[in-house]
Write a protein that binds this ligand. Structure first.
Ligand SMILES: Cc1cc2nc3c(=O)[nH]c(=O)nc-3n(C[C@H](O)[C@H](O)[C@H](O)COP(=O)(O)OP(=O)(O)OC[C@H]3O[C@@H](n4cnc5c(N)ncnc54)[C@H](O)[C@@H]3O)c2cc1C
Length: 484
């Protein structure tokens, strides 16, 4: 059984002074106003109090902090951009956890264009890595709406997904090498830039998606892709989710695998965006119920990519899959289309309480899931407003449910567990996942035993004991309590 640090007393002044000495004055967040952004999660669901917030500047400092905390059995919460949506990166209110922010470790360590690799500190902001790649005519393929704030260490720890999974896979598929500080302070370096390395276990993969429970990622070697020469982006009103999935199949085949993003959304999300996000407008003449935002990207095809997309849409109109469409004619129009998609999370906030589900089902099952889950939620809370959108190209739907208009926010949010249960049972019956890309954190930890294989959970506990015998890394996150 893992030792539990839940009820541990806050660490004493002498111990905190030792940590202060490791990072120096620049590595400590002292003011209460500054601290708030490290102690509160993105959605405001998790508010806590850190014993101290440390911002080390090097892997060696991280190692010294972990060694000290391991020796004293003090909990450490690694934190990246703090954009995670499952309460994994913020402390509990007990005041007994150290927040370890990687934000000062933000150097691009090196870029090898001929090898298509970039080597980075874990605290690099995702958008900065994309920019560095673009500067040498390459692309770093991970992309998500939080990319201006989230850090690559957080992306790898959550195995982030985003809009390009369809073409390039999840975060773990973008990694060649990793540097990790273990709970006892040892530094594991697998920072190689090789596409072939079969020298035993692929240890880096164990830390990717572990949500900081097995080690602190301090550096990574990432794969780069050729920068696209031609891009075509379209917003298509489709006749139904089933029509969207039929269109997806045609888009993948017709483009020879060059469909890089395929996002589905219900009209309600667009209505919220037009109502709450400045300078947005409906690019189509009239409203429809379902839309697809699709993007295609390829090398130099002499303009053939656009012709392929036009042909695809023409046939989709003829066959009744598409009802209306617009293709971006400029980079500004392309950005405007993506802005609609990227604003959807923000646009739900002014509409009151929202109960979230980040689920995945097989792509072919998306239409059936959408219908069954809508019926279940509306039966549970009449008048609730289902806001379904997301990465339909890989089967991941953000099935968010906004409160009925004028309802009591707290009363609606009190149904969180019931609604999650109803939706997750449908997901499970379809062989799906209750966490497609956001992870488990604290939010879904107690649900995990109901939806994950018992042997898999046993192995997760065994790995946790092996990597972090004192249980100092992100205690109470991800790994279910043995009592459950
Ligand atoms: C508007 C919006 C859109 C989003 N869209 C997507 C999306 O499309 N796809 C998607 O997958 N996610 C999405 N997210 C969720 C979030 O952005 C991702 O989970 C992201 O990968 C988290 O990165 P971060 O740096 O903010 O990590 P944090 O939130 O700081 O941390 C996340 C977890 O990783 C751990 N961690 C952080 N850094 C390290 C490290 N260096 N070493 C070890 N553990 C660490 C933390 O302890 C925590 O458990 C979105 C969030 C927002 C707010």
């Amino acid at each position: 059984m893992m030792p539990s640090l839940d009820d541990a007393p806050p660490p004493g002044k002498e111990f905190l002074d030792r940590l202060r000495a490791i990072v120096g004055p620049k590595g400590i967040v002292d003011s209460t106003s500054e601290a708030a952004k490290f102690e509160r999660d993105e959605r405001g669901l998790f508010n806590g109090k850190a014993a101290i917030i440390l911002r080390p500047s090097s892997t060696e400092e991280v190692a010294a902090i972990l060694k000290a905390c391991n020796d004293a059995a003090v909990a450490v919460i690694p934190q990246g951009g703090n954009t995670g949506l499952v309460g994994g990166s913020t402390p509990t209110p007990a005041g007994n956890e150290i927040v370890l922010s990687l934000s000062r470790m933000n150097r691009i360590r090196g870029l090898d264009a001929a090898n298509d690799t970039i080597s980075v500190d874990a605290g690099c902001i995702l958008a900065e890595i994309q920019k560095a790649a673009a500067a040498v005519d390459r692309q770093f393929a991970l992309s998500l709406a939080a990319e201006g704030t989230c850090q690559i260490g957080g992306n790898l720890s959550t195995n982030a997904g985003g809009i390009n999974v369809l073409r390039f896979g999840m975060a773990r598929e973008q990694v060649l090498g990793l540097e990790v500080v273990l709970a006892d302070g040892r530094i594991l370096s697998t920072m190689n830039a090789l596409r072939k390395d079969n020298t035993g276990y692929d240890l880096k993969q164990i830390f990717i998606g572990a949500e900081g429970t097995l080690g602190v990622i301090t550096g990574a070697v990432l794969k780069l892709q050729p920068a696209p020469r031609e891009t075509s982006t379209c917003l298509v009103a489709v006749s139904s989710p089933a029509a969207a999935i039929e269109l997806l199949g045609r888009a993948k085949t017709g483009s020879g695998g060059n469909c890089v993003a395929f996002e589905l959304t219900h009209r309600r999300l667009l209505d919220f965006v037009f109502a709450h996000i400045p300078e947005t407008a409906d690019p189509l003449g009239r409203p429809y119920e379902w839309y697809v935002l699709a993007e295609f990207a390829a090398g130099d095809m002499g303009g053939a990519l656009m012709a392929m997309v036009e042909g695809l849409l023409e046939r989709a109109f003829e066959d009744g899959l598409a009802l209306d469409a617009t293709i971006a004619a400029s980079e500004a129009q392309r950005r405007a289309l993506w802005r609609l998609r990227e604003s959807m999370t923000e646009a739900q906030k002014p509409e009151g309480g929202s109960i979230k589900h980040d689920i995945a089902v097989p792509v072919s099952a998306v239409p059936e899931f959408l219908e069954k889950a809508r019926v279940a939620c509306e039966a549970l809370v009449p008048g609730c407003r289902v806001c379904a959108f997301g990465h339909a190209g890989d089967g991941n739907i953000h099935f968010n449910v906004s409160q009925p208009v004028g309802a009591d926010r707290a009363g609606f949010l009190a149904r969180w567990h019931d609604m999650n249960h109803a939706v997750h049972e449908i997901v499970a019956s379809m062989g799906g996942s209750i966490s497609a890309e956001h992870g488990i954190g604290r939010l879904k930890r107690d649900e995990l035993p109901f939806y994950k294989d018992a042997v898999a959970i046993d192995l997760m506990r065994a790995m946790k004991r092996a990597f972090d015998p004192n249980g100092i890394l992100n205690p109470g996150r991800v790994i279910p309590d043995p009592a459950n």
